[in-house]
Design a protein around this ligand. Structure first.
Ligand code: F6R
Length: 610
């Protein structure tokens, strides 16, 4: 998704800004650009290629500057093109650029604002909502760009994080946020604005998370923030002592592969000290919260939504609490019946997903005050919006297709399920000891599943020649089938659908023929016999089965039935293990097809627009 890196310094910051953009590449983008100010002139280069192309253009043009705005764009308004790429300029009557602007988010009333501008005064060079904002700032400019941003943002509807530069006042950059993340990075004699701390973490001592409605004036040695009430405010400075290490691939070919193989470590870290599982696992502060709820409402998107679906099976079965799982973007816009004793659980890797954040705010507006985030990013907007949070320890996830973030979410959600069961005194001691033992073994069990990679690579050779695939599961493994299909479509672009196997005969069976590979998640749980009947339905129509089963499943290789045997059945937490081969299948199929695995087309890592 779009990324902002902007700085004001005494030194040339051109390549500092492009280095920041390189660190944001993982978020996905279709074009990029940078504007620099030097000797009274604003210069700009933009590209439809990678950030490395921007760097080449900067060298070729010999552009540099101590003040700059840089951006990676993920198209929303206007096609991906050089002219739609940011920064956008607004010019004086002689055609000289005076205002430069980069923007994340969407200005919903941009057409109305565009119509309010005098058509003869501004030449529109792009189809973007952002350029309208640049001209609007020019139109309202009264000699003080800080005040102008303050006035103009009052007219905006939608979400935005912006960085603005005005060449008449070259000693400052102005930033503003509403609904899209923006942080201030404080360096030595230089300051930064960015949408992601990763972009600048090695350049700064402290960082400040701006709040919605904040406008900031950034100078080399000072910052001033005005809040949504128009008052000057101090915001908490977080020291950047545990600087996020620059990710590197090590021995892996892609981040997706690396992150799949990091799962034993990520899950172990998320478990913390599971030996000592007690009422206090989530902290004593949870006492009132967990004691006072009688239902759970999960809001999430995409992969995180599938983690929520799995949690419904766990929480309802173990803690006997009713759970509703809502796709965030649907929940916001439908009439629901709020129950004040609900725990609202927002699940998110990035903690910045606009739909999930809006769903959370919507739930709060309906009087649901008990909120908890399960999130991979501390201090993210979703964490800050919730009263409680549990931070998964996946570490930074670069691959756009989520892998280790999902299994760590599942791990956290299982911990939550057994903790809620304890609070209700419905978890027998023996059962609890058994769950803790399984959880302790989980990282090494994931390690054993990873060693199946060569077998999965054989399957991938077959899938790479297919245009479609079907994924089946039942019970708590149905969301895992959904996640397997999502991974497949994201990184291979092969059409993949997932169904609860019992639904097959109600429609999707019509798709099955010898051309349709059908992946089945078939652990030896209580639904296995039912699942076997569903597999027969597929075989009877010539469909080829690719079955993930454990020894207890007693399914063997046969004509049209290809089986990979998983380690022993892990009971309740088995969904976590069955996720891993599906990730590997998608990865290796994509590898054969030669897609851009870490940055699949049209996708972005952190979806900060609705
Ligand atoms: C799929 C994927 C997305 C995200 C979704 C929510 O691989 O990564 O479906 O899960 O965009 O993102 P978060 O979890 O950051 O809220």
């Amino acid at each position: 998704m779009c990324g902002i890196v902007s700085a004001i310094s005494y030194r040339n910051i051109a390549f500092t800004l492009t280095e920041g953009l390189l660190r944001l590449e993982y978020r996905g983008y279709d074009s990029c650009g940078i504007a620099l100010f030097k000797d009274g002139e604003l210069t700009r280069v933009r590209s439809m290629k990678r950030v490395s192309d921007l760097e080449k253009q900067l060298l070729d043009c010999r552009f540099d500057g101590c003040i700059g705005l840089a951006h990676t764009r993920w198209a929303t308004h206007g096609i991906p093109s050089k002219y739609n790429a940011h920064p956008h300029f607004s010019r004086d009557k002689f055609g000289k650029p005076t205002i430069a602007l980069v923007h994340n988010g969407i200005i919903e009333n941009y057409e109305e604002l565009r119509n309010s501008l005098d058509k003869d005064s501004y030449d529109f060079e792009s189809q973007t909502d952002t350029e309208v904002l640049a001209h609007l700032l020019n139109d309202f400019y009264d000699g003080d760009i800080f005040r102008t941003v303050l006035n103009v943002t009052k007219l905006l509807k939608g979400s935005y994080a912006i960085a603005v530069f005005c060449s008449n006042e070259p000693d400052r950059i102005i930033g503003a946020r509403q609904g899209s993340p923006l942080i201030i990075g404080i360096g030595v004699d230089e300051n930064y604005l960015s949408s992601d701390s990763l972009a600048i973490s090695d350049k700064i001592k402290d960082l400040i998370y701006l709040e919605d409605g904040d406008i900031v004036e950034l100078k080399r040695k000072s910052i001033n923030i005005i809040d949504s009430n128009g008052s000057y405010v101090e915001r908490y400075k977080h020291s950047v002592n545990n600087i996020i290490a620059t990710p590197n691939l090590g021995k892996y070919r892609h981040y997706m592969q690396k992150e799949i193989f990091e799962q034993p470590r990520a899950v172990a870290d998320t478990l913390h000290n599971v030996d000592n599982l007690s009422h206090d696992f989530f902290g004593q502060d949870y006492y009132d919260l967990f004691n006072n709820i009688d239902s759970v409402l999960i809001v999430a998107c995409g992969t995180s939504y599938y983690a929520g679906m799995t949690a419904k099976y766990w929480i309802e079965s173990l803690a006997k609490i009713r759970v509703d799982v809502e796709i965030a973007s649907e929940y916001i816009y439908r009439d629901s019946v709020p129950n004040p004793n609900t725990l609202v659980l927002a699940i998110s890797q990035s903690g910045e997903t606009a739909d999930t954040l809006s769903a959370l705010k919507h739930a709060k507006s309906l009087g649901l005050k008990n909120t908890m985030a399960i999130c991979n990013m501390n201090n993210s907007a979703i964490v800050r919006e919730c009263s409680f949070s549990y931070i998964t320890q996946a570490g930074i996830e670069i691959g756009v297709a989520s892998t280790k973030a999902f299994t760590t979410q599942l791990t956290a959600l299982f911990l939550l399920s057994i903790t809620l069961a304890r609070y209700r005194s419905i978890l027998g001691k023996e059962q609890e000891v058994a769950y803790c033992r399984d959880l302790r073994h989980l990282p090494s069990a994931i390690g054993s599943v990873l060693s199946l990679e060569p077998l999965i690579m054989e399957w991938a050779k077959y899938f790479a020649h297919k245009g479609n695939s079907l994924f089946l599961g039942r019970g708590r493994h149905y969301p895992i089938a959904l996640e397997g299909a999502l991974k497949m479509k994201e990184v291979t672009y092969i059409h993949a659908e997932a169904y609860p196997a019992g639904e097959l005969k109600h429609g999707p069976l019509a798709l099955v023929s010898e051309h349709m590979p059908v992946v089945v998640v078939a652990p030896s749980d209580r639904l296995l016999e039912k699942l076997k009947s569903n597999m027969q339905e597929v075989r009877a129509r010539g469909g080829n089965l690719y079955v993930l089963a454990d020894k207890g499943s007693t399914i063997s290789n046969d004509s049209g039935i290809n089986v990979i045997h998983m380690p022993e059945y892990y009971g309740m937490i088995s969904p976590i293990l069955y996720t891993v081969p599906l990730q590997l299948l998608a990865y290796h199929t994509a590898l054969i097809l030669g897609t851009d695995i870490d940055k699949p087309r049209n996708l972005a890592k952190s979806v900060t627009v609705e």
